[in-house]
Write a protein that binds this ligand. Structure first.
Ligand code: SF4
Length: 381
């Protein structure tokens, strides 16, 4: 039966999608590809008795392969792709002067996007048109990857492991690609569903090995990993926007003051990029978001670029994560992601070699024609 969860993004009820996934695994002509979201790696081991050190993300890849998944990739890869498209969109709007009065809002959180559409429909046009990492990943699977495998997009079944219940609804977004009209993503499973499947399949988490992701979409930067924490999307986007404007990298930690929840309500900051002031704000939790939106609407504040995450603390505290009564672990899990970023060998999305190759071989330029067709969407009310 259904049970009510603590999803903070609205009255979403938990839906079990594992049956669809198991069926796809049984179909012989189907290629099952999985993506694992950044925030999942910071929490999946909690209800399986694994310590943070033991719960390496490669072990999830091992578990999925043992279940029969053909290819396992990292959503952090497509988070880098989202950053490329979103940073490009921001730089374009900013340099054209379109953000002198308006604001550009991030759009990778479906909880926030539906809040915007229902509560502030007149501002929906201010959302970035870049798809979220989950959707971009599916779009790459059903275009560039299908081509690489030499198969029709219809034969690919794309499953995502997400910290989020709202991602199940985001999946309904339609992809039109050449002859193909379908979904970017076929099935969304939460961290809790993953944990349940491991138990149901009698996979002992202590026997899992820390294996590598598949190539060629296996590489990701630290910027892609921090997507899972509040402020992370903004920080990652600014790192690449700075590069796009100046042709040089900023210090990787140049924008770190926006990490975590430090100020009451929302966090604001101003940065200098090539002699121009860029003002930004970061907010998480829908109560705080409403306060910020009211301030923007009444013109009490103005920002060029705003990151919104519906769950307090960002996706690390998402509604699909393991629940520990009375404890909110979003902050701790977020710090884990910043630790991974600090130690990552690549800190900038635009330096991810797999992303560069994807643009060179298939996607063209950020914001270009093909990128637009596959990686962007219109936000209709
Ligand atoms: Fe989902 Fe993350 Fe948004 Fe929460 S903050 S609704 S987990 S995308």
């Amino acid at each position: 039966g259904q049970c009510v969860t603590h999803c903070p993004t609205g009255a979403l009820r938990e839906r079990d999608d594992t049956t669809s996934f198991y069926r796809a695994l049984e179909r012989e002509d189907t290629v099952v590809v999985a993506q694992i979201a950044p925030a999942v790696r910071a929490a999946w081991g909690e209800s399986l008795g694994l310590s943070r050190e033991e719960a390496a993300v490669g072990k999830i890849a091992d578990a999925l392969r043992r279940m029969g998944v053909d290819y396992v990739f990292d959503t952090s890869f497509s988070a880098d792709l989202t950053i490329m498209e979103e940073a490009h969109e921001f730089v374009e709007k900013f340099t054209k002067g379109e953000l002198e009065e308006d604001t550009m809002f991030t759009s990778c959180c479906p909880g926030w996007v539906s809040f915007m559409k229902t509560q502030y429909p007149q501002m929906t046009g201010c959302l970035s048109t870049a798809k979220s990492p989950q959707q971009m990943f599916g779009a790459v699977m059903k275009s560039a990857f299908a081509k690489k495998l030499g198969i029709e997009p219809e034969r690919i079944y794309a499953v995502s492991i997400m910290p989020c219940l709202a991602k199940k609804a985001e999946r309904e977004m339609t992809l039109f690609y050449e002859e193909f009209a379908g979904h970017d993503v076929d099935c969304v499973l939460t961290t809790r569903e993953l944990d349940r499947m491991l138990k149901a399949d009698y996979i002992d988490p202590h026997t899992l090995e820390d294996v590598e992701f598949d190539r060629p979409f296996g590489e990701s930067s630290g910027a892609g990993v921090i997507f899972g924490a509040t402020g992370g999307v903004m920080e990652a986007a600014l790192r690449s926007a700075y590069f796009m404007v100046t042709g040089e990298n900023p210090p990787a930690d140049a924008f770190k003051e926006i990490r975590g929840v430090k100020q009451k309500g929302w966090t604001e900051a101003e940065f200098d990029i090539a002699g121009k002031k860029v003002s930004i704000a970061v907010v998480s939790g829908l109560k705080n978001t409403r306060m910020l939106m009211e301030a923007i609407r009444k013109k009490k504040v103005h920002y060029h670029f705003v990151e919104v995450m519906a769950c307090p603390g960002g996706c690390s505290g998402g509604g699909g994560q393991p629940i520990h009564d009375g404890y909110e672990l979003a902050g701790e899990r977020g710090e884990n992601l910043y630790f991974l970023d600090k130690n990552a060998k690549i800190r900038f999305s635009h330096e991810n070699p797999d992303i560069r190759t994807l643009y060179q071989e298939y996607m063209g330029e950020p914001g270009g024609k093909r990128a637009h067709q596959l990686l962007h969407t219109e936000h209709r009310i």
